[in-house]
Design a protein around this ligand. Structure first.
Ligand code: ACM
Ligand code: ZN
Length: 561
């Protein structure tokens, strides 16, 4: 019993607010991302051992999830029922008629002293109403053990800290009315287990954090020159050979090797299915990325005859861009890519399948008789057009499986295939051109969305790939590229922050580089358009970071550069 009971200590005197009954003002709700519409009322609702959750039909599964999330820290029973008896209740209700106002992910939340009601057109909206409700509770709701008492630690002049006697926690929620819906449909982060693997448990933890910020898309960069990280049943050599590298660049001196064999590390198909299901329960879609024709060396190490030169190759022990790529003149290459994708679409229900497409140097294709013969036979004027030809095969194959192809903005270079969506990373020009031509686009420019770049140049920061993207820059990100005509805005599906992992060695690094920048991105993709006030965000973030403390997230503590 004792192990499950925690006395929480906080250094922030502001914790007095949730303990006292004073109703906070709108700005003090500290919900991140900022909801679209908030009206603050009088008084509070208090979650107690007598509270029940009420839900019927499809709302029930969401009520069960919310109850489970609230039970851990409160230790309350919080049963889910169809009908109310007496006592306080949190009601979850689906009403399809709300879709016009709230979309499929929006929700209306009303908190009154007598009860709470969350309404939405679809389960995703109920889920997000629940996320907001959890943020409205004292931050201890995010504890993974039961919290009965908290002890305030009040900073005093002279650097002393006075600790007040423990007081019982009161699980109060300020009375509010919130009507909220996301601005964009694609609100994403990218993880890169190809460079440094993240075990499934760490991916699940990231999915929880993604959901807490009302992000809904997780792109997994599963293959690259340095590693192939997904089991493909038809080609077991992909992981037998491709998931192991002899060593990695040395921490602190990337030009030298560290001498440590790395791998075998990969996700089995059973693990993938479990991750996909775990994500779906949290309204997160996992978008698989299988790089082709470039960043393909780990696969070529197992199947060198699919290259232009025949190899031999080994999974790369350096970072960078390999010149050896998939040979587009070899019919077997197209078949191989399709075989791999056939298994990928079976595993991932995502509407979009990401084929990479970036940083594919075309010099091997220039010197390859097969590639040149293909160009001649197909009447292609350039190697860039050969990449488009290759993409068109892949696009048709994915379409035959009911999926859409998305790729990095290099797929524009030889002309876009008809249905392709573009992820714009080299600035915004690619996104602007693609959306201007009526293609769907996700914005992920290196100017704002590369979360592998440093957050500060201050001493003591961990080694990063380079660059500098401070929190304030991310907060100021506007996903609609300047100059895009209004009638094309609908083609900007949203935005994504990328956690490329050459220099992110595992969970702790990923969390450090992701947070709090992902919280700023969440606001850029969820909250209504319009000027954003960084000072207001930082004030709310100060409270939000205490939630991340409860979750033991290794975020960057300093929120100024
Ligand atoms: C990329 O950063 N090469 C998409
Ligand atoms: Zn070739």
């Amino acid at each position: 019993m004792f192990a499950r009971l925690t006395i929480q200590v906080t250094l922030m005197a502001a914790i007095a607010a949730p303990l006292a009954a004073a109703p906070p003002k709108g700005a003090e709700l500290n919900v991140i991302p900022r909801p679209a519409k908030v009206e603050v009322g009088e008084g509070t609702f208090e979650l107690t051992g007598g509270t029940v959750l009420l839900a019927e039909g499809d709302a029930r599964a969401e009520a069960e999830k919310l109850a489970a999330a609230l039970r851990t820290a409160t230790g309350f029973e919080l049963p889910v029922r169809a009908k109310a008896k007496d006592g306080s209740a949190i009601r979850l209700q689906l009403d399809a008629a709300l879709e016009a106002e709230l979309g499929k992910e929006g929700y209306a939340l009303a908190v009154e002293p007598a009860g709470v009601i969350i309404r939405a057109a679809a389960p995703a909206g109920l889920f997000y109403g629940g996320v907001t409700l959890r943020q409205l509770l004292p931050e201890f709701i995010f504890s993974d053990t039961v919290v009965k008492q908290v002890s305030l630690a009040v900073p005093e002049i002279g650097g002393h800290v006075r600790r007040e006697p423990p007081r019982p926690v009161r699980w109060t929620i300020p009375c509010v009315r919130i009507a909220d819906r996301p601005r964009f449909a694609w609100r994403g982060l990218l993880l890169d287990p190809a460079r440094h693997f993240l075990p499934p448990a760490d991916v699940k933890r990231m999915i929880d954090l993604i959901a807490l910020h009302k992000l809904n898309s997780l792109q997994m960069h599963l293959t690259d020159d340095q590693g192939w990280r997904i089991e493909i049943r038809k080609y077991p050599l992909l992981t037998q050979v491709g998931s192991v590298r002899a060593e990695s660049p040395r921490l602190g001196d990337r030009r030298k090797g560290d001498g440590k064999p790395y791998g075998p590390f990969f996700y089995t198909q059973a693990q993938v299915r479990e991750l996909v299901a775990y994500a779906a329960e949290r309204n997160v879609t996992i978008v698989p990325e299988i790089e082709m024709p470039g960043h393909f060396l780990a696969a070529l190490s197992a199947f060198p005859h699919l290259s232009c030169t025949g190899g031999p190759f080994k999974p790369w022990t350096r970072w960078g861009i390999s010149h050896d790529i998939l040979c587009a003149g070899n019919d077997e290459s197209v078949q191989f890519a399709q075989d791999v994708l056939a298994e990928v679409v079976e595993l991932f229900p995502s509407r979009f399948i990401h084929i990479g497409g970036d940083e594919a140097p075309r010099d091997r294709w220039k010197a390859c008789p097969k590639c040149q013969a293909r160009m001649k036979a197909e009447g292609l004027a350039s190697e860039a057009q050969l990449q488009t030809w290759f993409n068109s095969r892949i696009e048709k194959f994915l379409a035959s499986k009911g999926r859409r192809m998305i790729g990095w903005d290099e797929i524009l270079e030889g002309g876009l295939t008809p249905q392709a969506a573009v992820m714009s990373w080299r600035g915004t020009a690619g996104g602007l051109a693609a959306a201007g031509a009526g293609h769907d686009v996700v914005m992920s420019p290196t100017s704002h969305c590369y979360f592998d770049y440093a957050q500060s140049k201050a001493p003591g920061e961990p080694e990063a790939i380079g660059g500098l993207i401070p929190l304030a820059r991310v907060y100021g990100f506007e996903p609609i590229p300047p100059g895009l005509p209004a009638e094309r805005h609908k083609h900007i599906l949203g935005a994504q922050g990328n956690l490329w992992s050459e220099y992110l060695h595992g969970r702790k690094d990923v969390e450090y580089f992701a947070f709090p920048r992902a919280a700023a991105l969440a606001e850029a993709v969820w909250s209504p358009a319009g000027p954003r006030d960084f000072a207001d965000f930082r004030a709310r973030l100060a409270v939000h970071l205490r939630r991340l403390d409860q979750l033991d997230v290794n975020y960057r503590k300093e929120t100024e550069e």
